[in-house]
Structure formats: C-alpha cells, structure tokens
Write a new protein. Structure first.
Length: 152
C-alpha cells in the first residue's frame, strides 16, 4: 500500500501545482480564499476548484480505485493524510504563497457534492495550521487552568 500512497502523493502534488498555475493565468484572478480538492470515489477523479467553484485542474488517479476497493470506509481519511503530506512540502507551499491568497486561506477536501470532509490546510495572518490536533481539547485545558487559578 505504501507504493500506492507514494504514487498518489506524487500525482496529488502535480495536481495542486497545475491548479495554482492555472489560477495565476486567469485574466482576473481576484482574491482567493479557498481551494477545494474534490474526490470522486466513483471514478477515481480528483479535481481542484477555486472558491468560485471554477475547475482549475482535474486528474484521474487510478490508484485511488485500489485504495477504495481495499478500504472504502476510510478513503477520505487516507486521502486527507496524503494531502496533508503533499501540502507540507516546501515547493507546494511556495506555490500557494505565489497566489498571495486572502487570509484566512484554506484547502478543503470535499466529496462529489462539495460536502466538507476535512480542512487540510489553513493559513491565517502568517500562522500556518496543517493539523488541528493541537486545538482538540483546548477548551477543557483552559477551563482546568482557570479553575486552578481561581482556587489559588
């Protein structure tokens, strides 16, 4: 499965780079705030759309069919993890910086109906958040901290 994931990683990197290049070539690029990576599990297509839902790039990734056949329930989670790896590469991140997106800028994984599956990448005022596990239990931790302060 690792060889398949590596191939998908390379193809998704190419797709993201194609999408950013196409966006830069638009006559009136406008202000970009989101990119949507759409996974179509029925035909193994992956497409990238801008925040106006205009198609920027599309690619059939046949290896997705094998992943889907092996682990259909978790295909979005598998692709999410591969995309997180792709979007942590310096060359791919540089492509986003060239777009000079309006912040907050995010890359979202969506299904065929544009239903949000995962936020892959978030760039806010110079802060880059690739995974939100840091914030998972922050409310509980802050409440606990405040309770301790109040006791003293």
């Amino acid at each position: 499965m690792n060889a398949i994931n590596d191939t998908v990683n390379i193809k998704l990197s190419e797709l993201i780079c194609q999408a950013t290049e196409k966006y830069k070539q638009k006559e009136e690029p406008g202000t970009l705030t989101d990119l949507f990576v759409q996974l179509n599990t029925a035909n193994s297509d992956v497409a990238v759309y801008d925040d106006s839902e205009q198609l920027l790039a599309e690619m059939e990734i046949s290896e997705l069919e094998e992943i889907n056949n092996t682990d259909e329930k978790n295909i979005f989670k598998i692709i999410e993890n591969i995309l997180r790896d792709v979007l942590s590469k310096p060359d791919v991140l540089a492509k986003f910086e060239e777009l000079d997106p309006l912040r907050p800028f995010s890359v979202l994984l969506v299904d065929e109906s544009f239903e949000h599956q995962a936020e892959i990448y978030l760039l806010e005022d110079g802060n880059l958040i690739i995974e939100d596990s840091l914030f998972k239990d922050i409310d509980k931790e802050l409440d606990s901290f405040l309770d301790k302060l109040m006791e003293e």
